[in-house]
Design a protein around this ligand. Structure first.
Ligand code: DAH
Length: 370
Protein backbone atom coordinates (compact mmCIF):
# COMPACT_ATOMS: atom_id res chain seq x y z
CA UNK A 1 0.00 0.00 0.00
CA UNK A 2 1.24 3.45 -0.90
CA UNK A 3 2.90 5.37 1.91
CA UNK A 4 0.71 8.48 2.03
CA UNK A 5 3.03 10.59 4.15
CA UNK A 6 6.01 9.79 1.88
CA UNK A 7 3.93 10.68 -1.21
CA UNK A 8 2.79 13.95 0.38
CA UNK A 9 6.37 14.85 1.33
CA UNK A 10 7.57 14.11 -2.23
CA UNK A 11 4.78 16.10 -3.86
CA UNK A 12 5.17 19.06 -1.48
CA UNK A 13 8.90 19.17 -2.25
CA UNK A 14 8.22 19.00 -6.02
CA UNK A 15 5.70 21.87 -5.75
CA UNK A 16 8.19 24.00 -3.84
CA UNK A 17 10.95 23.19 -6.34
CA UNK A 18 8.89 24.21 -9.41
CA UNK A 19 10.68 27.31 -10.69
CA UNK A 20 7.98 28.56 -13.04
CA UNK A 21 4.33 28.08 -13.92
CA UNK A 22 5.14 25.49 -16.63
CA UNK A 23 7.20 23.33 -14.23
CA UNK A 24 4.41 23.56 -11.66
CA UNK A 25 1.89 22.41 -14.25
CA UNK A 26 4.01 19.29 -14.85
CA UNK A 27 3.95 18.57 -11.11
CA UNK A 28 0.19 19.13 -11.02
CA UNK A 29 -0.40 16.69 -13.90
CA UNK A 30 1.87 14.09 -12.26
CA UNK A 31 -0.24 14.27 -9.07
CA UNK A 32 -3.77 15.31 -9.99
CA UNK A 33 -3.87 14.60 -13.75
CA UNK A 34 -5.93 11.70 -15.16
CA UNK A 35 -3.27 9.13 -14.23
CA UNK A 36 -1.48 11.19 -11.63
CA UNK A 37 -0.30 9.58 -8.41
CA UNK A 38 -3.07 11.11 -6.29
CA UNK A 39 -5.77 10.39 -8.91
CA UNK A 40 -4.64 6.75 -9.05
CA UNK A 41 -5.01 6.52 -5.28
CA UNK A 42 -8.53 7.91 -5.47
CA UNK A 43 -9.38 5.28 -8.10
CA UNK A 44 -8.32 2.47 -5.72
CA UNK A 45 -10.98 3.58 -3.19
CA UNK A 46 -13.69 1.51 -4.94
CA UNK A 47 -11.79 -1.72 -4.36
CA UNK A 48 -11.48 -1.21 -0.60
CA UNK A 49 -13.66 -2.78 2.06
CA UNK A 50 -16.05 -0.41 3.84
CA UNK A 51 -13.84 -0.38 6.95
CA UNK A 52 -10.66 0.34 5.00
CA UNK A 53 -12.50 3.02 3.02
CA UNK A 54 -13.67 4.76 6.21
CA UNK A 55 -10.12 4.80 7.46
CA UNK A 56 -8.15 5.64 4.29
CA UNK A 57 -10.77 7.77 2.48
CA UNK A 58 -10.36 10.91 4.62
CA UNK A 59 -6.55 10.51 4.49
CA UNK A 60 -6.47 10.35 0.69
CA UNK A 61 -9.01 13.19 0.30
CA UNK A 62 -7.04 15.27 2.80
CA UNK A 63 -3.87 14.60 0.81
CA UNK A 64 -5.59 15.65 -2.44
CA UNK A 65 -6.95 18.85 -0.86
CA UNK A 66 -3.60 19.86 0.64
CA UNK A 67 -1.70 19.18 -2.58
CA UNK A 68 -4.33 21.12 -4.58
CA UNK A 69 -4.03 24.04 -2.18
CA UNK A 70 -0.21 23.90 -2.23
CA UNK A 71 -0.21 23.98 -6.03
CA UNK A 72 -2.62 26.97 -6.09
CA UNK A 73 -0.52 28.86 -3.53
CA UNK A 74 2.72 28.16 -5.43
CA UNK A 75 1.04 29.18 -8.68
CA UNK A 76 -0.02 32.54 -7.22
CA UNK A 77 3.52 33.03 -5.91
CA UNK A 78 5.12 32.23 -9.28
CA UNK A 79 2.67 34.46 -11.18
CA UNK A 80 3.39 37.38 -8.84
CA UNK A 81 7.13 36.92 -9.31
CA UNK A 82 6.70 36.75 -13.08
CA UNK A 83 4.65 39.99 -13.02
CA UNK A 84 7.32 41.66 -10.88
CA UNK A 85 10.02 40.65 -13.33
CA UNK A 86 8.01 41.90 -16.29
CA UNK A 87 7.28 45.23 -14.62
CA UNK A 88 10.96 45.71 -13.87
CA UNK A 89 11.96 44.82 -17.42
CA UNK A 90 9.31 47.00 -19.09
CA UNK A 91 9.84 50.10 -16.86
CA UNK A 92 10.15 53.40 -18.80
CA UNK A 93 13.68 54.70 -18.24
CA UNK A 94 13.23 58.37 -17.42
CA UNK A 95 16.98 58.93 -17.39
CA UNK A 96 17.18 58.67 -21.21
CA UNK A 97 18.23 61.97 -22.80
CA UNK A 98 15.23 63.81 -24.32
CA UNK A 99 15.01 64.18 -28.09
CA UNK A 100 16.86 67.33 -29.23
CA UNK A 101 14.84 70.55 -29.03
CA UNK A 102 14.88 73.24 -31.65
CA UNK A 103 16.89 76.11 -30.23
CA UNK A 104 16.82 79.74 -31.23
CA UNK A 105 19.87 81.39 -32.81
CA UNK A 106 21.61 84.65 -31.99
CA UNK A 107 21.30 87.14 -34.85
CA UNK A 108 24.70 87.92 -36.42
CA UNK A 109 24.23 91.63 -35.69
CA UNK A 110 23.93 90.91 -31.97
CA UNK A 111 26.88 88.50 -32.07
CA UNK A 112 29.03 91.08 -33.86
CA UNK A 113 27.87 93.80 -31.46
CA UNK A 114 28.99 91.68 -28.49
CA UNK A 115 32.36 91.09 -30.13
CA UNK A 116 32.81 94.81 -30.83
CA UNK A 117 31.82 95.85 -27.30
CA UNK A 118 34.31 93.34 -25.88
CA UNK A 119 37.17 94.73 -27.98
CA UNK A 120 36.42 98.38 -27.19
CA UNK A 121 35.86 97.54 -23.53
CA UNK A 122 39.37 96.09 -23.51
CA UNK A 123 40.63 99.42 -24.83
CA UNK A 124 38.90 101.23 -21.97
CA UNK A 125 35.76 102.48 -23.70
CA UNK A 126 32.50 102.82 -21.74
CA UNK A 127 29.05 102.33 -23.21
CA UNK A 128 26.36 104.95 -23.86
CA UNK A 129 23.00 104.89 -25.60
CA UNK A 130 20.48 107.40 -26.89
CA UNK A 131 16.94 107.51 -28.31
CA UNK A 132 15.97 106.28 -31.81
CA UNK A 133 13.55 109.21 -32.18
CA UNK A 134 15.64 112.36 -32.25
CA UNK A 135 15.14 116.05 -32.78
CA UNK A 136 16.70 118.17 -35.47
CA UNK A 137 19.05 119.81 -32.97
CA UNK A 138 20.82 116.64 -31.83
CA UNK A 139 20.77 114.85 -35.20
CA UNK A 140 21.86 117.85 -37.31
CA UNK A 141 22.19 121.34 -35.85
CA UNK A 142 24.51 120.61 -32.91
CA UNK A 143 26.61 118.50 -35.28
CA UNK A 144 27.23 121.59 -37.40
CA UNK A 145 24.89 120.75 -40.28
CA UNK A 146 23.97 124.25 -41.51
CA UNK A 147 20.20 124.92 -41.89
CA UNK A 148 18.94 123.98 -45.37
CA UNK A 149 22.35 122.50 -46.14
CA UNK A 150 22.25 119.66 -48.72
CA UNK A 151 24.05 117.44 -46.22
CA UNK A 152 20.68 117.10 -44.46
CA UNK A 153 19.13 115.74 -47.67
CA UNK A 154 22.11 113.45 -48.12
CA UNK A 155 20.88 111.43 -45.18
CA UNK A 156 17.45 110.64 -46.71
CA UNK A 157 15.77 111.19 -43.40
CA UNK A 158 12.53 109.57 -42.21
CA UNK A 159 10.67 112.53 -40.69
CA UNK A 160 7.80 112.09 -38.22
CA UNK A 161 4.60 114.20 -38.54
CA UNK A 162 4.76 117.62 -36.95
CA UNK A 163 3.73 117.67 -33.26
CA UNK A 164 1.55 120.31 -31.46
CA UNK A 165 4.64 122.40 -30.71
CA UNK A 166 5.26 122.68 -34.46
CA UNK A 167 8.33 120.46 -34.18
CA UNK A 168 9.16 117.61 -36.53
CA UNK A 169 11.08 114.77 -34.93
CA UNK A 170 12.92 112.18 -36.99
CA UNK A 171 14.30 108.66 -36.86
CA UNK A 172 17.98 109.31 -36.19
CA UNK A 173 20.07 108.92 -39.33
CA UNK A 174 23.24 108.10 -37.40
CA UNK A 175 24.45 107.48 -33.84
CA UNK A 176 26.37 110.79 -33.84
CA UNK A 177 23.58 112.66 -31.93
CA UNK A 178 24.54 110.59 -28.89
CA UNK A 179 27.98 112.27 -29.01
CA UNK A 180 26.11 115.51 -28.41
CA UNK A 181 24.06 114.02 -25.57
CA UNK A 182 27.12 112.56 -23.85
CA UNK A 183 29.06 115.84 -24.04
CA UNK A 184 26.07 118.00 -23.06
CA UNK A 185 25.06 115.83 -20.13
CA UNK A 186 28.65 115.83 -18.97
CA UNK A 187 28.20 119.56 -18.38
CA UNK A 188 25.13 119.01 -16.24
CA UNK A 189 26.23 116.77 -13.37
CA UNK A 190 22.68 116.60 -11.98
CA UNK A 191 21.36 114.58 -14.92
CA UNK A 192 21.26 110.91 -13.96
CA UNK A 193 22.66 109.67 -17.27
CA UNK A 194 22.96 106.04 -18.39
CA UNK A 195 25.98 103.81 -18.09
CA UNK A 196 29.00 106.02 -18.71
CA UNK A 197 26.72 108.56 -20.31
CA UNK A 198 27.00 112.19 -19.38
CA UNK A 199 30.73 112.26 -18.74
CA UNK A 200 32.83 115.33 -18.27
CA UNK A 201 36.05 114.99 -20.26
CA UNK A 202 38.12 112.94 -20.57
CA UNK A 203 35.51 110.95 -22.48
CA UNK A 204 35.96 107.54 -24.02
CA UNK A 205 32.64 105.97 -25.09
CA UNK A 206 31.12 103.76 -27.73
CA UNK A 207 27.46 104.12 -28.68
CA UNK A 208 25.80 101.18 -30.46
CA UNK A 209 22.29 101.52 -31.83
CA UNK A 210 19.76 101.41 -34.67
CA UNK A 211 19.78 104.12 -37.31
CA UNK A 212 17.40 104.80 -40.22
CA UNK A 213 17.74 106.05 -43.79
CA UNK A 214 15.50 105.81 -46.82
CA UNK A 215 17.88 103.58 -48.75
CA UNK A 216 17.82 99.97 -49.95
CA UNK A 217 20.21 97.86 -52.02
CA UNK A 218 22.68 94.99 -51.43
CA UNK A 219 24.84 97.13 -49.12
CA UNK A 220 22.15 99.46 -47.70
CA UNK A 221 19.03 98.75 -45.63
CA UNK A 222 16.49 101.33 -44.35
CA UNK A 223 17.32 100.33 -40.78
CA UNK A 224 20.82 99.34 -39.83
CA UNK A 225 23.17 99.42 -36.86
CA UNK A 226 26.00 101.82 -36.18
CA UNK A 227 28.51 102.15 -33.43
CA UNK A 228 29.69 105.62 -32.63
CA UNK A 229 33.01 106.18 -30.91
CA UNK A 230 33.98 109.36 -29.09
CA UNK A 231 37.26 110.22 -27.39
CA UNK A 232 37.75 113.68 -25.91
CA UNK A 233 40.86 114.71 -24.00
CA UNK A 234 43.52 117.42 -24.15
CA UNK A 235 46.06 116.01 -26.62
CA UNK A 236 44.15 113.62 -28.86
CA UNK A 237 45.05 113.65 -32.57
CA UNK A 238 44.37 111.78 -35.85
CA UNK A 239 47.16 109.30 -35.05
CA UNK A 240 45.13 108.04 -32.10
CA UNK A 241 42.11 107.61 -34.36
CA UNK A 242 44.09 105.62 -36.92
CA UNK A 243 45.74 103.41 -34.32
CA UNK A 244 42.48 102.72 -32.51
CA UNK A 245 40.62 101.74 -35.68
CA UNK A 246 43.51 99.70 -37.09
CA UNK A 247 43.91 97.82 -33.82
CA UNK A 248 40.18 97.28 -33.60
CA UNK A 249 39.98 96.00 -37.19
CA UNK A 250 42.80 93.49 -36.76
CA UNK A 251 41.33 92.19 -33.53
CA UNK A 252 37.82 92.03 -34.96
CA UNK A 253 38.83 90.11 -38.08
CA UNK A 254 41.24 87.98 -36.04
CA UNK A 255 44.07 88.52 -38.51
CA UNK A 256 46.91 90.94 -39.13
CA UNK A 257 46.42 90.36 -42.86
CA UNK A 258 43.51 92.80 -43.02
CA UNK A 259 44.33 95.90 -45.03
CA UNK A 260 42.67 99.23 -44.25
CA UNK A 261 42.59 102.43 -46.28
CA UNK A 262 41.86 105.91 -44.92
CA UNK A 263 40.45 108.34 -47.48
CA UNK A 264 39.93 112.07 -46.95
CA UNK A 265 36.23 112.89 -46.74
CA UNK A 266 33.85 115.55 -45.53
CA UNK A 267 31.51 115.47 -42.55
CA UNK A 268 30.13 118.68 -41.08
CA UNK A 269 30.96 117.51 -37.55
CA UNK A 270 34.62 116.57 -38.05
CA UNK A 271 37.66 118.44 -39.35
CA UNK A 272 39.65 116.85 -40.83
CA UNK A 273 37.38 113.94 -41.82
CA UNK A 274 38.09 110.54 -43.29
CA UNK A 275 36.46 107.31 -44.34
CA UNK A 276 38.00 103.91 -43.74
CA UNK A 277 37.70 101.02 -46.20
CA UNK A 278 38.63 97.38 -45.73
CA UNK A 279 40.18 95.46 -48.57
CA UNK A 280 38.13 92.48 -49.68
CA UNK A 281 37.26 90.15 -52.51
CA UNK A 282 33.62 90.18 -53.56
CA UNK A 283 33.84 87.86 -56.54
CA UNK A 284 31.97 84.56 -56.48
CA UNK A 285 28.98 85.62 -54.40
CA UNK A 286 30.75 85.87 -51.07
CA UNK A 287 33.06 88.30 -49.32
CA UNK A 288 36.63 87.45 -48.35
CA UNK A 289 38.69 89.70 -46.19
CA UNK A 290 42.37 90.63 -46.66
CA UNK A 291 42.52 89.75 -50.36
CA UNK A 292 41.12 90.84 -53.70
CA UNK A 293 40.79 94.23 -55.31
CA UNK A 294 37.55 95.51 -53.77
CA UNK A 295 37.15 97.92 -50.88
CA UNK A 296 34.17 98.14 -48.55
CA UNK A 297 33.62 101.35 -46.63
CA UNK A 298 32.96 100.51 -43.00
CA UNK A 299 33.29 103.79 -41.16
CA UNK A 300 33.54 107.55 -41.16
CA UNK A 301 35.59 109.47 -38.67
CA UNK A 302 37.69 112.48 -37.93
CA UNK A 303 38.63 115.10 -35.35
CA UNK A 304 35.55 116.50 -33.63
CA UNK A 305 34.82 119.92 -35.14
CA UNK A 306 35.52 122.82 -32.72
CA UNK A 307 31.99 124.11 -33.38
CA UNK A 308 30.53 120.79 -32.22
CA UNK A 309 32.57 120.96 -29.02
CA UNK A 310 31.34 124.52 -28.45
CA UNK A 311 27.72 123.52 -29.24
CA UNK A 312 28.01 120.93 -26.48
CA UNK A 313 29.46 123.35 -23.95
CA UNK A 314 33.12 122.33 -24.17
CA UNK A 315 35.90 124.86 -24.72
CA UNK A 316 37.58 123.92 -28.04
CA UNK A 317 40.80 125.56 -26.89
CA UNK A 318 40.97 123.19 -23.95
CA UNK A 319 39.50 119.98 -25.34
CA UNK A 320 39.83 118.07 -28.57
CA UNK A 321 39.23 114.53 -29.70
CA UNK A 322 38.22 112.12 -32.40
CA UNK A 323 34.97 110.44 -33.33
CA UNK A 324 33.99 107.65 -35.66
CA UNK A 325 30.86 105.85 -36.82
CA UNK A 326 31.12 102.15 -37.73
CA UNK A 327 28.55 100.07 -39.62
CA UNK A 328 27.92 97.05 -37.37
CA UNK A 329 25.97 94.95 -39.91
CA UNK A 330 28.51 95.64 -42.62
CA UNK A 331 31.34 94.53 -40.39
CA UNK A 332 29.39 91.34 -39.65
CA UNK A 333 28.72 90.75 -43.34
CA UNK A 334 32.42 91.19 -44.05
CA UNK A 335 33.60 88.95 -41.24
CA UNK A 336 31.12 86.14 -41.79
CA UNK A 337 30.79 86.42 -45.58
CA UNK A 338 27.15 87.44 -45.99
CA UNK A 339 26.70 88.79 -49.50
CA UNK A 340 23.46 90.81 -49.14
CA UNK A 341 22.72 93.06 -46.17
CA UNK A 342 18.98 93.13 -46.87
CA UNK A 343 18.63 89.45 -45.88
CA UNK A 344 19.76 90.38 -42.37
CA UNK A 345 16.46 92.07 -41.58
CA UNK A 346 14.06 90.02 -43.71
CA UNK A 347 13.09 87.90 -40.65
CA UNK A 348 13.52 84.65 -42.55
CA UNK A 349 14.09 81.93 -39.96
CA UNK A 350 15.97 79.79 -42.50
CA UNK A 351 18.46 82.61 -42.94
CA UNK A 352 18.86 82.92 -39.19
CA UNK A 353 19.38 79.18 -38.76
CA UNK A 354 22.13 79.32 -41.35
CA UNK A 355 23.94 82.50 -40.32
CA UNK A 356 22.93 82.74 -36.65
CA UNK A 357 25.08 81.80 -33.66
CA UNK A 358 24.52 79.46 -30.75
CA UNK A 359 23.47 81.27 -27.60
CA UNK A 360 25.62 78.85 -25.62
CA UNK A 361 28.81 79.37 -27.61
CA UNK A 362 31.78 80.27 -25.47
CA UNK A 363 33.06 83.80 -26.15
CA UNK A 364 35.53 83.83 -29.00
CA UNK A 365 38.99 84.01 -27.37
CA UNK A 366 40.34 86.02 -30.28
CA UNK A 367 37.73 88.74 -29.99
CA UNK A 368 36.37 88.42 -26.47
CA UNK A 369 37.71 89.92 -23.30
CA UNK A 370 41.20 88.68 -22.56
N1 DAH B 1 27.67 109.83 -38.76
C1 DAH B 1 28.36 109.43 -39.94
C2 DAH B 1 27.46 108.65 -40.85
O1 DAH B 1 26.51 108.11 -40.40
C3 DAH B 1 29.52 108.55 -39.59
C4 DAH B 1 30.53 109.35 -38.85
C5 DAH B 1 31.47 110.03 -39.54
C6 DAH B 1 30.51 109.37 -37.49
C7 DAH B 1 32.44 110.76 -38.88
C8 DAH B 1 31.45 110.10 -36.80
C9 DAH B 1 32.41 110.79 -37.52
O2 DAH B 1 31.49 110.19 -35.49
O3 DAH B 1 33.34 111.50 -36.83
O4 DAH B 1 27.70 108.58 -42.01
Amino acid sequence: MTDLSQLEADLTAAVAAAGDVAALETVRVSALGKSGSVSELLKTMGQLSPDERRERGPLINGLRDRITAAIAARKAELEAAELEARLAAERVDLTLPPPPERRGRVHPTMQVLDEMIAIFADMGFGLAEGPDIEDDFHNFTALNFPPKHPAREMHDTFWLPQNEAGERKLLRTHTSPVQVRVMQQGQNKKLPGWIAQGQAPPIRVIVPGRVYRSDSDATHTPMFHQMEGLVIDRNIHMGHLKWTLDAFTRRFFETDAVVTRFRPHHFPFTEPSCEMDVQCDRSGGSIKIGEGSDWLEILGGGMVHPKVLANCGLDPDEWQGFAFGLGIDRLGALKYGMPDLRDMFASDVRWLEHWGFSAFQAPNPATGLS
